[in-house]
Ligand binder design. Sequence first.
Ligand code: DSN
Length: 414
Amino acid sequence: MELEVIRQTDSEIADLIEKELDRQKNTIELIASENFTSPAVMAACGSILTNKYAEGKPYKRFYNGCENIDKIEELAIERAKKLFNAEHANVQPHSGAQANMAVFMYAVKPGDMVMGMDLSNGGHLSHGSPVNFSGLYFNIVSYGINENGVIDYDKVRELSLKNKPKLIVCGASNYSKIIDFKKFKEIADETGALLLADIAHIAALVAAGEHPSPFPYADFVTTTTHKTLRGPRGGIIMCKEKHAAGIDKAVFPGIQGGPLEHIIAGKAVALKEALSPEFKKYAHQVVLNAKELAQALMEEGLDIVGNGTDNHLMTLDLRKTGNTGKDIANLLEKAGITANKNTVPNDPQSPFITSGVRLGSPAVTTRGFKEEDMREVGKIIAEVVKIGNSSNEEKLKELKARSLKLCQKYPFLY
Ligand code: DSN
């Protein structure tokens, strides 16, 4: 329906959206940070709320006519607080990186020492990468993971005592183990550092009790809303009440102007869904599915960083197969599976080539995939790795048909 409305004005964009719908429907989505929103979330994001300016906070706006917007944003805030048991929530950040930027703006000054997880070890750009604002404007000390794929907490403590960061960032974009938030808090307390937990990837697992919560420990918790949480593309900051006014000011007018109220409405709908018992089941299945995929791949003789997963993702370590992450991610696409190349610890390849592929279960679990489907996905991936650079197009076509069959087993959402 919406597509036809777009087509009346712009057939080029309508055609491309239609093609993208077809791609999403007929490929196995294993990008660990992607998901499918409900049609209700999607509709809220495409609603007339996009027409409204609402700079400021609910009931304290710089524009008139915000009486409905105020209630919508208030609902999103209250639902976020309830879902995570948070003292304060700001639902305006346009993205996870913006959420982190606002916390940095409030908690540290340019030149201050900040400690975060190294990007190539699974951290995020906004946790101190030299090419990001976080690495450009702050002094960064980075920690990583050990040979077992686990954060080296002794090293984190040692680095913290030596460098005395004002802010410690924990949380990751590619880490398959449970994060010990309590340990991070103890380390932060030893030097009086503030603690930011970025739970963008594991938000749904935290909300559903599948991963320990950082809320008793962290001063600030940031998340995106579009990954495991299954909402629209955006961010949220939650924090202790004592930081509330400062965080709100850092978001607006600090780093953003007008909030995207159509997206905030989408966040509110997604958070309502996340408060339901069905969502708890979903989060549980996400973990079961990831574990099953990791097991299936290891049984096929492939290496997984850390020998398995405790959450929704894993990294396939291709070093012993003679393939690069870039090549296998491209071949997987030909076989009907979307994933992204990713570095492995101490990767001999550059971040543009890599020796790994990151795989995640959130999106396929939303589609309805269960453990038996993940086993088949594991077999298809293993076949692709076997093909490697031999460019066996016939075999890839065969595998693509197997992927399509799995997709067609479940009705698509839209
Ligand atoms: N780029 C995201 C991811 O893929 O994990 C993190 O923000």
